[in-house]
Write a protein that binds this ligand. Sequence first.
Ligand SMILES: [Zn+2]
Length: 219
Amino acid sequence: MFIGHFAVGFAAKKFAPTVSLAVLFMAAQFVDLLWPTLLLLGVERVAISPGITAVTPLDFTYYPFTHSLVMSILWGFIVGGLVYAVSKNFRNAVVVLCCVVSHWVLDLIVHRPDLPLTLSNSNHVGLGLWNFPIATMVIEFAMLFGGAYVYWKTVKPVSTMRKYGLTALVLLLAIIHVANIFGPPPPSVSAIAWAGHLQWLFVVFAYFVDKNQRPNVKK
Ligand SMILES: [Zn+2]
């Protein structure tokens, strides 16, 4: 899943309005932000096998540190714990923890059975929605627009100019998602790893969009 994770970040704002969208994006996408770094370091591995699923040609051969159920929960506690250490806000920490763990749950829906349960890298699971490109597109876009709508209702842009920042962020996510699905397979694993780091730009973008919003005060 790609934009569905960002949708979770958007929607989480409703439950933790004082947490920056950048932090919520980082949490929901945490293990995918870590993954390209571990690929570059040779800790985790991926292969390019066009046709392995209808949506992505990536064969996730070894990624238990980022994508096992056990590690997802552990990362959730680490990132949520950091939020608690900084903010002393238990509710915000729990929302962030849930965002981190939600990544594995959403990946479970789309991945073929390649998600490990534990670090031992055995017992792989995955429900395989990626074998159905149209269903994948419909579900991910519905999630993106739904999540962005929840965010939109939760915050109030400080100026009209700032409204366009949110629209641009949603459009950019949508365009990159379509390009990922219909574009050619990546040329190499190192290209995947380097391009993967560009996802941090969404976190930066979210920071600036969110900086200019304030919680929507009901009259
Ligand atoms: Zn993932």
